[in-house]
Design a protein around this ligand. Sequence first.
Ligand code: GLP
Length: 248
Amino acid sequence: MRVVIAKDYEDMSQRAARIVAGQIYLKPNSVLGLATGSTPISMYKDLIRVHKEVGLDFSEVITFNLDEYLGLPISDEQSYYYYMFQNFFNHVNIKKENIYIPNGIMDDVELECKNYDDKIQKKGGIDLQVLGIGTNGHIGFNEPDIKFEATTHKVKLDDETINANARFFSTIEEVPRFAISMGIKTIMHAKKIILLASGENKAEVIFRALFEGITPEVPASILQLHQDVTVIVEENAAQLLKPKLYHS
Ligand code: GLP
């Protein structure tokens, strides 16, 4: 596990965008696993800039998003589908048929989950997975006490997650209670992973994820067992990491 402390949010975003861009230059038909939330927004902006300024080509890139709320149509501004097109896909030359996001309004959720894992496998697996982290240690929507062997599945969101994500909705009642998420097993099969963390409110959880025991109580802690993870932590989120990194 490589841990990089970025001097601010922009620096974290640029470092992440460089890794993603490098992946695409080296393998133009890369399969990317993508995240939503506020953390990767500037990384997407940087990738759009690299596309516009120096022609980073997304025409062969394939993407799989980590998760989607259950019950929100793609036209809903809070759906992750909407987020991805607004913040990224509409601004680069990715082909729509190469974009995969779990469908949050399928009747047969189990089938949707199974099909999602099958599609990832058929495309050869994820080359590079981008992750954020929830304040409760979740990655994707894999909430505390998740089974590490889970593949894509239906998730009941934690109260902490509902509270944290309420900031994007007009009222907390509007926050969906369920989601579809790639499972830990799906994520751990990615060949490379970058984990981003920004803001003081992530300091404790990122410390627990990187330096304490591997436990389903902190789902991100499983990443300690992955062979190719780069963690890019913005200064404020890295407050508790520094003593460990500089004195070990
Ligand atoms: C959300 C998403 C995660 C994201 C996390 C942190 O609920 N499902 O994929 O990484 O919570 O979000 P943020 O980056 O807004 O702090």
